[in-house]
Each structure stands twice: as C-alpha cells, then as structure tokens.
Design a binder for this molecule. Structure first.
Ligand code: BTN
Length: 327
C-alpha cells in the first residue's frame, strides 16, 4: 500500500472518528507536513475531510466507486454501441481523446468516458463543468452514412435516447429544451455536443459528446451556475447508479440509431415532440437573424423548430438559443 492508501485505511479502521495529524505521522513514521500533503492529494481524488483544531481530520465523503467496465459490457444488449469503452480518470475533453481515437481507426460505437474533464467543452464555445466522479462525461464515435445536412437530427436522436432512459429508470419529470438540452424543474442536467467530419457533403464520422450531471450535490455546483444547473441526484434525492444509466443508454442509443438509419427521422421526430418542453408555450429564440417570439407548434421533417410568432408569421428555426417563460 502506498502512503495515501495507508492513510485511508487508518480512517476506514476508525469510521467517523477524528484522527490527529500527529497520530497519523507517528503511525506512518513521517512528518506532519508529509501527512498534510497526502491529505491534500486525497482531497483532489474526491475525499472530503473535516479538519478541526486539536481533534484532527475526519472523513466526510469518500470518492464514488470507479465504473466497472466488465459489469457494463455484460449488461449490454448491443451489437456495437458501448462494446469498446476507453475509461480514463482525467482528461482535458473526451471529445479531443475521441478525435485522436478516430484517427487511429476506432470502430463505430466506441465510447470514451472520463471521471473528470479539465477542459470540458459545451455548445457555442462555452465551458462544460465536469467535476470528478459525479457525472457521466463521455464521447461516442458514430459513422452514419448520411448527408451532412442531416447531422442535426442525430443530436435530437441522442437527446431523445438520454431522456427516455432517465424517464425509464427514475421517477422524475425530465424534458427536452430545443434542440437537445435536458431539463428538470427548469434547470439543465444534460447537454449534447456534436462534432463531425465530412467528405463530399457526406458524414465521415461524428463524435457525440454527452454530459449528464448525475450525482452532483448542491454544494458541488459553482455559485454562478446554481440557478441554471441541477443533477439527477439533487432532483430525485437519491444517488444514481451510473453503471445502470450507461447500460440503458447504450442499449437505447443503438436501438434508436438503427431505427433512424433504417426508417429515417420521422419516428425520432415523433418521440422528440412527445418529450419536448418547448411546444405550445410562449417561447423566445435568439437566432442569427434576430429574436423570434411566439409559440412553437412542432418540428419539421429536417429537425427545425416550427414557430408561429406573435404577429402570426411562420418561422423555421435551424439553430438558436431558446428561452421559455417556464425555464
Ligand atoms: C452543451 O453545451 O450543452 C453541450 C455539453 C456537452 C458536454 C459533454 S461532456 C463529454 C463531452 N466532452 C466535452 O468536452 N463535452 C462533451
């Protein structure tokens, strides 16, 4: 056992008890400064300590169990989705790692999962908050033979897959804000970012980045995001099993993806409309052409949001930022 493991073992042998730096340093035959340094290293790994003058340290929270890939793979019912998983503790962005793996010839269905991202990317150049052990931060490699202009439909498909899985596993009111953000009680808990390459106007590969805030607690969320983001754990009050979520997501993703490849966007569009939280209520969309205010009444066959504005004029929105009066 290395020094960090030995320190943790001492805390495990004395559950809920304070242990002083002096006692630890005597038991492990090292200086108190060395103990302090190891405690700092353990904090970075997700341990939370309370330190009280004269009493010492007490462990308040241990990091979550790492994902067990063999358990995930044995739960899958897929032909390719999730059968090849690269699992890393920390990475800048799983999108970047996935792009490197595509270059090396990674198969369709390969998924990169990180416990923590230090440079997580969101849509429109935003940052994606990806703290250790509490979320599912992943990138899926897909190679659909579709024209480039259909790529947006894949994002919609993925939002449907994630939303259906959450509804199946948890008793929570989750819905999709156009195009692909998942919301619970007016706050976002999942975002999707598609990055792709094309040749002759046809898609060569897609890297579908999915970020799901699973077990973050209220205190894990930075102040500036508190009124915008939530997690499954905050909304349900229970710690969610990330492996179970992944298994269902890979199964659901493959099923919808194969349906899409064989029957096109029509069935996905029906599912998306049923899960949408933007339809038939007052909505504003900031587009490149300006602000559109009105009511969305559906999605067209390409995946554009159809809005009737307050003057009765029809709009088809292909990209933009939606705000709802409810969200
Ligand atoms: C959004 O802005 O809503 C999209 C967020 C996408 C976040 C995921 S987390 C895994 C993958 N790696 C990234 O850097 N981003 C995506």
């Amino acid at each position: 056992m290395n020094m960090n493991e030995q320190i943790i073992q001492i805390f495990l042998d004395h559950p809920n008890q304070y242990i002083s730096g002096e006692k630890l340093s005597k038991e492990l035959n090292c200086s108190r400064t060395a103990i302090w340094k190891h405690i700092q290293a353990l904090k970075k790994k997700g341990y939370v300590f309370e330190s009280t003058p004269r009493l010492g340290y007490r462990v308040l929270k241990t990091p979550p169990e790492p994902l067990d890939l063999s358990r995930i793979i044995s739960g899958l019912d897929t032909r390719f989705m999730g059968l090849n998983v690269k699992y890393v503790q920390e990475v800048g962005s799983t999108q970047t790692l996935a792009a490197e793996m595509v270059k090396k010839g990674a198969n369709e269905g390969t998924v990169i999962i990180a416990e923590q991202q230090t440079e997580g990317r969101g849509r429109l150049g935003r940052k994606w908050f990806s703290p250790p052990g509490t979320g599912l931060w992943m990138s899926m490699i897909l190679k659909p033979h579709i024209p480039l202009q259909f790529i947006h439909q894949l994002t919609l498909l993925i939002s449907v897959a994630v939303c259906r899985v959450i509804k199946k596993l948890l008793d929570v009111e989750v819905g999709i804000k156009w195009p692909n953000d998942l919301y619970i009680n007016g706050k976002k808990m999942c975002g999707i970012l598609l990055e792709s390459s094309a040749e002759d106007e046809r898609v060569k590969h897609v890297i579908a980045g999915i970020g799901i805030s699973v077990n973050l607690q209220q205190e894990d969320i930075p102040e500036e995001l508190k009124d915008k983001m939530t997690s499954l754990c905050i909304e349900t009050g229970i710690e969610c099993n990330r492996e179970e979520l992944l298994i269902s997501l890979f199964n659901e993703m493959e099923e919808l993806y194969l349906l899409y490849l064989s029957e096109g966007f029509a069935p996905i569009r029906i599912l998306w409309e049923a899960l949408s939280i933007c339809l038939h209520c007052p909505i504003q969309v900031q587009t490149h052409q300006g602000l559109v205010k009105g009511k969305a009444h559906g999605m067209d066959e390409m995946g554009a949001l159809m809005i009737t504005d307050d003057e009765g004029k029809e709009h088809k929105i292909y990209s933009g930022d939606v705000s709802l009066s409810l969200v």
